[in-house]
Structures are given as structure tokens and as C-alpha cells.
Design a protein around this ligand. Structure first.
Ligand SMILES: C[S@@+](CC[C@H](N)C(=O)[O-])C[C@H]1O[C@@H](n2cnc3c(N)ncnc32)[C@H](O)[C@@H]1O
Length: 260
């Protein structure tokens, strides 16, 4: 049965994906001219993906998925949002990458929808707050990884919310955070109409979920730089963003590498 909260989020992402597809922050024009959207941390972590199979969870319109494809990986992207997958298919056509596959699915319901196992599973930047159940997430990762395969996540550090947005968040809060009318992260003038549902996860929750799914956490890292202009006045250096006063005293991102 479809998860009620995830379905609310599906509607929200159906509402906003076109805004992102056409927004200069996502650099569609540059991408169509050959630019690769992957950042240094994930490229260094996965290394040579040429000839390997790669599953990208929560891929939105697939720019990162197709970027792994440009590095030689045989890619499959998954997203809950129908419109995101439509835009991913459009981008696939525009880039002529006919072998890339996109599947519309809630990650909770993915098992059984793709009939293969992968060398790499990847997810990044704006993913984990969108689902509650880390056990189902880790089981899905364990199911789709080949023995010896690698899962890698790089994303916002949950502690960062407390430093960036203050009292609104509690690191130990277990229930959903429901929000409507929030400014879109690309087009801040646009207020998102649908109600979205997000969850706080502790860093230990990610590690424990993977361990309980029988996987081995081989690396956990924390970073004092962000993956986008969080406050509208941050400064870009290379692939990452810093507040005007420089690197933060608290973590903004984390990454975790896991093996089966
Ligand atoms: C911020 S995007 C992250 C993707 C990528 N880093 C990007 O910026 O394009 C989050 C994506 O997660 C997807 N999503 C949210 N909940 C999901 C779920 N339960 N299963 C699969 N995808 C989900 C949304 O539809 C959205 O496309």
C-alpha cells in the first residue's frame, strides 16, 4: 500500500520539478554542452565507474544519473515523482543516452520493480529527509547491491538544520515535520503550494540501519561546506558553498560509504 506521507511528497515534487529543470542553478544549458553535474566528493568516492552498473536513488530529473552515464556507468535512476521521471526521460533524449533507464517508484516499494543487482548505488543532496523509515531504505540498498558492491550517500548533515534554522528543529525529534508555503530552494520567490513531510534522522540512525541490513560501513565523513547556496548570500568555491564568514564550525554535509 502506498505510503500516505510519501504520496504527499510525490505531489510536491510533481509541482516543483519543472521549476528546477529550467532554473539556472541546475545548469541545463551547460549540461547539454557536456558539463558533468557530479561533485568532487562523490567522484572521488566512487572512482572509476566505467563499465559498472549504477543505481541512483531519488534522482529527480536525472542530471546526476546521466552524468554517471557520461563517465561510462550503465545507469538506472529511480524517483517517486511522475513528472521528475518525465523530465529525466526528456533529458535522456536530449543527450542521446538511450541505454539509461528511469523508473518511477517510491523507494519503499522498489524491491521487485528492477530485475538486476548493481555494482554501485548512489544518492545525494536533498534525499534522506524525505522518508521516515531508514530500515526499509537500508533493506532496499542491501537487496540491490551485488556482493562486493558499494553504496555511497553524500547529503546535508542532520545537525546542520539546528545551526541553520534554529529552534524549529530538534535532533532527537521522531515525528514528521509538515510544511506548506515554503520557498523553493532554487526559485525563492516561488512558494510551494503542496504540503510536504520531512523527518529528522540522527547520524547514528544511518549507520545503524545499514549495519542491521547486514552491510558494512567502511567510511563516514563530515564537512564544513555546503552543496548549495543555503541562505542566498553564500560564496561558491569549486563545487561547494560557504557562508560569507567562511567554513562553518559545525558540519553542513556528511558522506557514508557502505559495502555488501
Ligand atoms: C532534492 S531531489 C534530490 C536529487 C538530486 N540531488 C537533485 O538535486 O536533483 C529529491 C528527490 O527525491 C525524490 N523523492 C522523495 N521521496 C521519495 C521516495 N520516497 N522515493 C523515491 N524518491 C523520492 C523527489 O521526488 C525528488 O526528486
Amino acid at each position: 500500500m502506498a505510503d500516505k506521507h510519501n504520496e504527499m511528497n510525490r505531489d510536491v515534487w510533481n509541482e516543483i520539478v519543472e521549476l528546477h529543470y529550467n532554473h539556472p542553478d541546475y545548469k541545463l544549458k551547460e549540461f547539454l554542452n557536456g558539463w558533468n553535474s557530479l561533485k568532487k566528493i562523490e567522484r572521488d568516492a566512487l572512482g572509476d565507474v566505467n563499465g559498472k552498473s549504477l543505481l541512483h536513488l531519488m534522482c529527480q530529473f536525472g542530471m546526476d544519473t546521466l552524468s554517471w552515464g557520461r563517465l561510462g556507468a550503465n545507469v538506472t535512476g529511480v524517483d517517486i515523482s511522475d513528472k521528475s521521471i518525465e523530465f529525466a526521460e526528456k533529458l535522456k533524449k536530449q543527450t542521446g543516452m538511450a541505454d539509461a533507464k528511469f523508473v518511477r517508484s517510491d523507494i519503499y516499494d522498489l524491491i521487485g520493480k528492477i530485475d538486476k543487482k548493481f555494482d554501485f548505488i548512489f544518492m545525494s543532496h536533498g534525499t534522506h529527509p524525505w522518508f521516515e523509515n531508514l530500515t526499509k531504505w537500508a533493506k532496499t540498498v542491501a537487496h540491490y547491491l551485488k556482493p562486493g558492491g558499494t553504496f555511497f550517500i553524500v547529503d546535508g548533515h542532520p545537525v546542520a538544520d539546528l545551526f541553520l534554522w534554529g529552534d524549529e528543529f530538534n535532533y532527537f525529534h521522531k515525528g514528521p515535520y509538515k510544511e506548506a508555503n515554503w520557498p523553493d530552494y532554487c526559485d525563492r520567490e516561488y512558494k510551494v503550494k503542496g504540503e510536504s513531510v520531512e523527518w529528522m534522522h540522527k547520524l547514528s540512525d544511518f549507520v545503524n540501519a545499514m549495519v542491521k541490513a547486514g552491510l558494512t560501513v567502511v567510511e563516514l565523513n563530515e564537512y564544513n561546506k555546503g552543496y548549495y547556496d543555503v541562505k542566498g548570500n553564500w560564496v561558491r568555491k569549486g563545487d561547494y558553498w560557504y557562508p560569507p564568514e567562511g567554513p562553518t564550525k559545525y558540519p553542513l554535509m556528511f558522506s557514508m560509504k557502505v559495502r555488501k
